[in-house]
Each structure stands twice: as C-alpha cells, then as structure tokens.
Design a protein around this ligand. Structure first.
Ligand SMILES: Nc1ncnc2c1ncn2[C@@H]1O[C@H](COP(=O)(O)OP(=O)(O)OP(=O)(O)O)[C@@H](O)[C@H]1O
Ligand SMILES: [Mg+2]
Length: 458
C-alpha cells in the first residue's frame, strides 16, 4: 500500500510543490504565532493579579495583534489549501476519465454508469483533501506539539508527564477502531456506487418508467436504497461515536486529575494561576494536536479504499491506440473469417464468415438480438473476437491503427449520441468546420431553416 501512496504523491503532488511549500510556510508561521499567545495570556493574568496596568495594556495589545495575524494567516492558508485540493482533485478526475474513455468496451461493460460517475466525482476529492491535510496537518501538529510540550514542561514537568500518559492511552484506545472504520467506509463507498447507478438509471429511463407506470416501483426501490444508506451511515456514526467517546472520556479524566494536581501545586506555591492558565492552553494544544494525528491516520487509512477504487480503474485494459500500426486510405474490402464472439458467457457469434469486395450498399438482416450490431462493433474494434480474424483491404485487424479504422468506418448506434451543447457542436462533434460550410450542408439536407427557427439557432 505504501507504494501506491508514494506513486500518487509523485504523480500529483510533486508538481504542486511550490504551492505546497508556500502553504507549509504559512501554516508554520500561523502555528508559531498561535503558540506564543497562551504564554502572553498567562502573563496577563499574573499581571492582573499584581495590578500592573501599564504592562497589562502593553501585553494585551501584543496579544491582540498576534491574534489578528493568526486569523489573517488562517484565512490565506484555507484559501490556498482549498485551491491546491481542487487543482489536484481535478487532475486526478481528468486522468480517471481519460482512463475510462480509453478503456476497452468489454471492461467498461462491467461497471454501471453511475458507479463510474461516483468513482470520478467522489474519490479524487477525498484523496486530494486527505493528502493535503496529512502533509500540512502533519507539519502543523509536529511544530505545535514540540512548542506546546516545551512550554508545558517549563511550567510543570509532573503535569506534562500526566498529560502525555493520558494522551498515549487515548491514542491507543482509538486506534482499536481502525479496522472497523475502514470496513464501514468501504461499505458506504460500495453503497454510493449502487446509489449513483440507480439514480442515473432512473433518469435515463424516465420515458419507460412513465409508460409502464413504474413510478411506485421506482420509489419503493429508492426507499430501500435510502434505508440501506441509513443503516450503513448509522454504523459509521456509531463507530465515530465510539472513537469520540473514548477520546473524550480520556480527556475528562485527565482534566479532573490535572485540576486536582494543579491545585495542590498552587497551594504549595510551585505554580502561579497565570502559569496554570498558560499550561492549560498548551496542554489543550497538545491534546488537540494528538487527536488530529489520530484523525489523519484514520482518514489516510480510510483513503486507501478510495485509492484502491481508482487503481482498479487504472488497471483496466486500455485500447491499443498506438501510432506505429498500419493505416488505410479507404475501405476497399472487408473479410470476416471464422469469427466467434461472446460478451459474457453466452456465445453471440459462432463461426461468422463475410466477404465484401466492392463498394455498394449492403445490409445485414437477422432477428432481434441475432448479433448484427455486434458484427459492426467488431468491425469498429470496439470489441475483439474470441476466435477468427477480420481483414480490411486484406490487412489483418491486429495490424491496423485503431483511430484510423474508426475514421474510415462509421457506426451509428441505435441510441442517439447527443451532447448537452449547441446544435453546431452536436453536428460537427468537435471537428473544425466553417460556419458557412455547415450551413450549406444543412441547407442541402433541409435542416437549416429548422435550426434557424430554434431560439438558440445553431
Ligand atoms: N454490451 C453487451 N453486454 C452483454 N450482452 C450484450 C451487449 N450488447 C449486446 N448484447 C447481447 O448480444 C446479443 C446480440 O446483440 P446485437 O445488438 O448485436 O443484436 P442485433 O442483431 O443488433 O439486434 P437488434 O435487431 O435488436 O438491433 C443480444 O442478445 C444482446 O442482448
Ligand atoms: Mg442492432
């Protein structure tokens, strides 16, 4: 697993190292500024007890300025952090989408469409934010821990010792739930795959749902899906609750012990009230930091689920669109020789032979589901035959360039290919065609006046 983490960091985070370093510097500055304020606060309390107004005002002003600086650094830090997370998650999304688009159809068939949407949309953001929190949080926590423990020790070694023992105990306590947490997270992820598939399926089939009066059935199915979400989320909340309970019980026992021990030290003149206030703030920094460490470890652990899902997509077989293969100018002959094909387990085509040696209008006739479209999909190299060979211009398919084949052979699927874009985009499909040329073609096929009547025109 460590290898996957390293590869991911190398690929997406190294290129952003300048921004990440800037973010780290900001965080470090914020942490250092934040680490001085408790000391000042304790000092002010002791000054109040000594009634030294001039020094009180001076210290309060410094305290105010430092707090402002801390807020300012915090705002920039949040902005930069979010920006980096967004950039990185977009890059991961782009890569996965490219992987999916170039994946072999046989592989894509194994996923429901919603499941793919969920993997592109959900996983990258979680990965990017977990890693950034881990890097930046890690630095922040380490610095904050060192400074806070240093100051805490200067106030009281005994009290710091007690705090560290409690902190270790609560850390070990929560780590006990690591496996449960990861399992619950995996179940929730699998659920969301199914959920997105169901939702996209419902919207895609709206016409059918209405025609067959399936509204109630669909809503019943959706109700069950939400019920499952409720059960799985409940389990997740329960585990999170157990983790928080363990942490908070530890903290409460610690605070009680601390209060009693501090009282004894103050009564014996070994600690001032101001010292206790400062110490308390430093120790709560230590506790917060350690609880964040646990949080990050849990998140990084749970993030393995997201990474594995993305890796699974990346490991999928990609189409071979290498340029070092042969190209043809125009299709002159097509030969299908002894082809067998199956999508899953059932044979769809068995020993299919076909020869077309001259140009003309040909049709393949057969019963529904006989495999006519499948033959065309094989010609387009969307799928590969299980047995047999296909030749175009007497060149074996395996030697031909994939993009070239698809440029020379077109297949218009039964379901229309429509993009939520302008008519022009849908007609040219991204290719550079001059507007006059497009209008001329549309005039020839009688589409021009129809398009011009639409509110948006072309
Ligand atoms: N992606 C797929 N996964 C699994 N089975 C598939 C897939 N596409 C098609 N099939 C099955 O393969 C068989 C052949 O399908 P095909 O679409 O080639 O038939 P067809 O002859 O074009 O039918 P029609 O006349 O309805 O267009 C059918 O039983 C169909 O259900
Ligand atoms: Mg068909």
């Amino acid at each position: 697993m460590l290898k996957i983490h390293t590869e991911l960091v190398k690929k997406y985070f190294y290129t952003k190292y300048k921004e990440i370093v800037t973010l780290l510097i900001l965080i470090l500055s914020g942490t250092v500024v934040g680490a001085i304020t408790p000391l000042l606060f304790g000092n002010i309390i002791d000054l109040i007890l000594k009634k030294q107004l001039y020094f009180i005002i001076k210290n309060v002003m410094i305290f105010f300025c430092l707090s402002l600086l801390e807020i300012f650094l915090g705002v920039i830090e949040a902005y930069l952090g979010n920006k980096i997370v967004l950039q990185i998650s977009n890059e991961i999304k782009k890569d996965i989408t490219e992987n999916i688009i170039n994946m072999k159809m046989a592989q894509i068939d194994q996923y429901a469409k919603g499941e793919l949407v969920n993997r592109v949309e959900g996983d990258p953001e979680e990965i990017a934010s977990t890693y950034i929190s881990f890097f930046t949080g890690g630095i922040q926590i380490s610095v904050s821990l060192v400074i806070s423990i240093y100051f805490a020790v200067t106030f009281s070694e005994i009290l710091t010792g007690i705090a560290l023992i409690f902190m270790t105990l609560s850390y070990v306590g929560t780590l006990l739930y690591k496996k449960q947490y990861q399992k619950a997270k995996k179940q929730l992820k699998d659920y969301s795959d199914k959920y997105y598939s169901e939702i996209t399926e419902n919207f895609r089939n709206l016409e059918g749902i209405k025609s067959f009066n399936l509204q109630n059935t669909i809503m019943e199915r959706l109700k069950q899906t939400y019920q499952r979400n409720f059960c799985l989320s409940k389990r997740m909340f329960f585990i999170e609750g157990k983790i928080n309970f363990t942490k908070n019980i530890g903290n409460t026992i610690f605070e009680t012990v601390l209060l009693l021990s501090a009282s004894i030290l103050i009564i014996h003149g070994k600690l001032s009230i101001g010292n206790l206030v400062s110490f308390n703030q430093y120790i709560s920094n230590v506790f917060n930091s350690s609880s964040q460490v646990i949080d990050y470890i849990m998140r990084l652990n749970a993030c393995e689920v997201n990474i594995k899902r993305i890796e699974e997509i990346k490991a999928g077989f990609q189409e071979d669109s290498s340029n070092d293969k042969k190209s043809i100018d125009k299709v002159k002959s097509v030969k299908i020789e002894g082809v067998d094909f199956k999508y899953n387990s059932d044979n769809i085509l068995e020993n299919v032979n076909l020869k077309i040696n001259s140009s003309g209008l040909y049709s393949i006739i057969g019963m529904n589901g006989a495999g006519k479209s499948t033959i065309l999909k094989l010609l387009l190299k969307l799928y590969e035959p299980v047995r047999g060979n296909i030749y175009i211009n007497n060149i074996n398919y395996s030697e031909l360039n994939l993009r070239n084949i698809r440029n020379e052979i077109s297949y218009i699927p039964k379901n229309p290919v429509l993009f939520n874009e302008s008519i022009e985009y849908n007609l040219t499909l991204g290719k550079l065609v001059k507007r006059e040329e497009l209008e001329e073609i549309c005039q020839k096929v009688g589409l021009d006046s129809f398009i011009k009547c639409r509110s948006g025109g072309y």
